[in-house]
Design a protein around this ligand. Sequence first.
Ligand code: GUN
Length: 285
Amino acid sequence: MSNLIDGKAIAARVKEEVAREAAELAQRGIRAGLAVVIVGDDPASRIYVNNKKKACEACNIRSYEYALPESTSEEDLLALVEKLNADPAVSGILVQLPLPRQISEQKVIAAISPEKDVDAFHAVNVGKIMIGDFDFLPCTPAGCLELIDSTGVSVEGKRCVVIGRSNIVGKPMAMLLLHRNGTVTICHSKTRGLREICREADILVAAVGKPKFVTADMVKEGAVVIDVGMNRLENGKLCGDVDFDAVREVAGWITPVPGGVGPMTIAMLMRNTLSAAKLQNRVQA
Ligand code: GUN
């Protein structure tokens, strides 16, 4: 039976630390602020945005919400981003994805000032992560790394397998593990011999988007298993990419869903917003 990694508790500690630092910064006249932009009324996006606003309150960070209609033009959204780039009260800008079809996500991400890009999605920030000299880490991979660190298991020299190659999770996750001197394999839908590759992993990160995709026969005894999946089942329940009940019998450490990676992503967003405020005000990190 594996040890549970309590993402909710670890996220709460990170948020407390951010709240304390943000309050200290405010005493020096610097208020961290996060602008959250949501276009349309996707229910999942609405929940994420509400959670981000709540976290800002708990962390002494101001939040500014911009809720735009589904029919918003690309031009109008780009104009809003430009306005937020120039606003000194806004330390971080987060445009909730996905965006409606008429708007290019890449164009919008490219328009965000890299100094305010708290998602770390801008090509400048992606490039900085690649060379290991970065201001922000993308929130979900950074949260996963924090959870791995909480186990006391060192990444150095270990076999790490990331399932999923998205720009938001899989690719940056692999890079962060590589920076920690892990030996990293990225798997995806075209990978042959996935089960055998996963069975080699001391650290296995699942970011596939398919419920219970990772089964017990894919996991090495004692491995650290991080489940990034957030799949909504027909019965309304949330389910990860890992078959939790079976895999917990094999793994050494495992994250639950919910209560694992999800809360960490928001905690890391708070940390990034605080870092952005410091960066823009030339405060030492
Ligand atoms: N939609 C789902 N996850 C994310 C995220 O991390 N950032 C943004 N901006 N949109 C998302």
